[in-house]
Write a protein that binds this ligand. Structure first.
Ligand code: RI2
Length: 309
């Protein structure tokens, strides 16, 4: 698939989920580099810069995307030859994709260890990282059930219940506003992340913060399954994570909206859960309290050369 096509599919959410977006972006950069004619180092670097810009402009919130782009293109401007730069792109893209896949396996093992036989796990949206733990716990022979939310307006919950059903996991499907009602039936909440800030706050699908609040009230643990490349080093320098706001037509059909001139539809698709409502962030480097966000960034992400303004 061409780089432009990958960018378009990320934008339109045919490619979605923070981890998948990152892996597809890395593969797109690697394959794009292959299609570029040999025209010298400067031309190659400028083409790769433009490719990175195109990918970064697709969706603003999931930091897995800029982190993946950064890791794939890391050091290429210091290359001495075009060949060396090309080699770096390929090696770093392949390494990122492999480590991302390995990270999911490790996260699944840690999450599964937290899921005891007989537990009911509540999850939100369609997070590959969160689901990996649930699926592994089942493979280990634990009898568990899941409460899965609908996730308006994109209904990613449908993807989640399809996967759970395929694995014959008993699942209760609820509308987003029923979360507090059903929290008493849950033993544990596991969600994914699009970004983790230096304060340990988690940016994830809209509605996550309400779930965490309801879990806190009901004294249920909240686990966030997040690969280390979901941590956002730019927050060290005071930058905020931009919350993507998608078109109003995803929430209310245009023909109805047109009849309601005094109504404004808002459609932010992520929210921020403060660190105090999160028990553990499960990364491939281990399960850590949100307060360890800085350490994770320092040890796992090269951020010294990031834009500090
Ligand atoms: P994994 C998704 O965003 C959801 O917010 C999900 O929790 C998060 O990415 C992480 O997903 P969207 O692309 O990387 O559906 O764990 O807006 O699959």
């Amino acid at each position: 698939m061409s780089l432009a096509k990958t960018a378009e599919q990320i934008k339109t959410m045919e490619i979605r989920g923070a981890g998948k977006i990152a892996r597809e972006a890395a593969a797109a950069l690697r394959d794009h580099a292959d299609t570029l004619p040999k025209a010298g180092l400067a031309a190659f670097l400028s083409e790769m810069d433009a490719a990175a810009e195109l990918l970064l402009a697709t969706r603003p919130t999931a930091v897995s995307l800029p982190n993946a782009v950064h890791l794939v293109l890391n050091g290429i401007s210091a290359a001495e030859t075009e060949e060396e730069a090309r080699r770096l792109v390929k090696t770093q893209a392949d390494r990122f994709i492999q480590s991302s896949t390995d990270a999911l396996q490790r996260i699944a093992e840690i999450c599964a260890a937290r899921i005891k036989d007989g537990m009911t796990v509540m999850t939100h949206c369609n997070s590959k990282a969160a689901l990996a733990g649930i699926l592994l716990a089942t493979e280990q022979g634990k009898n568990i059930s899941v409460i899965a939310t609908e996730v308006r307006p994109w209904n990613q919950g449908l993807l989640t219940i399809k996967t759970l059903n395929d694995h014959e996991i008993p699942t209760t499907y609820i509308v987003d506003s029923a979360v507090r009602t059903f929290m008493k039936e849950a033993d544990l909440v596991i969600v994914g992340a699009d970004a983790v800030t230096v304060s340990g706050a988690v940016v994830n699908k809209i509605g996550t913060s309400q779930i965490a609040l309801a879990a806190h009230e009901a004294r249920k643990n909240v686990l966030v399954a997040a690969e280390t490349y979901k941590f956002a080093p730019q927050t060290l320098y005071g930058q905020h994570i931009e919350i993507e706001e998608r078109p109003a037509s995803e929430v209310l059909a245009d023909d109805i909206a047109e009849t309601l001139p005094f109504v404004t539809v808002r459609n932010p698709v992520f929210d921020v859960t403060p660190a105090r409502y999160i028990d553990l962030i499960v990364t491939e480097a281990g399960a850590v309290p949100p307060a360890a966000a800085y350490t994770i960034m320092k040890e796992h992400l090269a951020f010294d050369d990031l834009e500090r303004s």
